[in-house]
Design a protein around this ligand. Structure first.
Ligand code: PAF
Length: 310
């Protein structure tokens, strides 16, 4: 099969390598010519969890590509709209898989594409992108996949394809709930670690911050309910994840440290929107969004001064 991947970051490269190893034609859809050139020259370099390097040849393009049998979207949540228009312009009815962070990605895709084509996935595999073409698979995890509109076969298509390539994938009949549930954990951890500049486990020592984390997560649970998703015990899961990933630097803190835009809009931002739509408000999430945005601006100014050597 010929599979396109929009957004060849860490997870995009990991899936690209997996599918290429499984005998499929992988086309990495890049934003920059230089990156596409590098992929064409070297393929994807995969470093396994034991540190061994492997290579898989891939095709790489900037822009459109014809006759795809499936499209995987792994771009940051704020680039989903542009990925959706890019897929709509491909004139294919092939299944689409969104493996992205945050809330609202599926809804954005569904504004441009037939919802029956769309599947969502979550993964706990740890992968880090290095340079233009390398991915380091730091820890094996689990991948869960489900159709956006459950009777459709989009979820099963992707789960079978990945399984065949040696990447186990469990099929969920309520992936929307799983996505919301993961968002609760992100909301309880990411903005707090980002603003305080601490690793996940350190949040457990912050006795004055814990009630704020709880308030933000409970507010998010109420927003989920307004969207028809019943969640309970999310704050306990936040505490468990803080404990189990104590040494991790959250993705949002990493984004800030690198002077990059964060995915706060697809986390606290969506909670604020949902609360407003249902005639209520979400002040904790509103404040978190605002303060993370401030940190983003400050950090990116600092980064550009550092790049100028000032
Ligand atoms: O986004 C992240 O960094 C992770 O999903 C988690 C576990 C919430 C924090 O490290």
């Amino acid at each position: 099969m010929k599979i396109g991947i929009i957004g060849p970051g860490a997870i995009g490269r990991l899936l690209g390598y997996t599918l290429a190893q499984g005998g499929h034609d992988v086309v990495l859809i890049c934003r920059r010519e230089e990156q596409a050139e590098r992929f064409l020259q070297t393929g994807v370099t995969y470093v396994d969890p034991d540190g061994q390097e492997h290579h898989a040849p891939v095709q790489a393009v900037v822009g459109g590509v014809e006759e795809l049998d499936g499209v995987i979207v792994t771009v940051k949540s704020y680039d989903t709209e542009s990925a959706a228009t890019q897929i709509a312009a491909l004139h294919t009815q092939a299944p689409v898989l969104s493996l992205q962070n945050g809330l609202g990605n599926a809804e954005t895709l569904a504004r441009h594409l037939d919802p029956d084509r769309i599947a969502l996935a979550l993964t706990t595999h740890g992968a880090t992108a290095e340079g233009e073409t390398k991915v380091w698979h730091k820890g094996r995890g689990q991948t869960v996949i489900g159709s956006l509109v459950p009777p459709s076969t989009a979820g099963a298509f992707w789960a079978e394809l990945l399984e065949e390539c040696g990447h186990p994938a469990a099929l969920s009949d309520d992936i929307r709930r799983e996505v919301w549930s993961k968002a609760m954990v992100n909301i309880g951890i990411n903005p707090f670690t980002a603003v305080l500049g601490v690793q996940n486990g350190q949040l457990l020592q912050e006795s004055e911050i814990l009630p704020l984390m709880q308030a933000a997560v409970e507010e998010a649970e109420r927003a989920a309910l307004a969207e028809g998703v019943v969640l309970q015990g999310s704050f306990q899961r936040v505490l468990d994840v803080c404990k189990n990933t104590a040494e991790n630097t959250s993705s949002m803190l990493q984004d800030l440290q690198k002077g990059r835009r964060t995915e706060i809009d697809a986390m606290c931002g969506v909670i604020v929107q949902v609360a407003e739509k249902s005639g209520s408000s979400a002040p904790y999430n509103f404040f978190l969004k605002k303060i993370v945005k401030k940190c983003e601006t400050k950090r990116s100014k600092l980064s550009s001064l550092e790049m100028k050597g000032l």
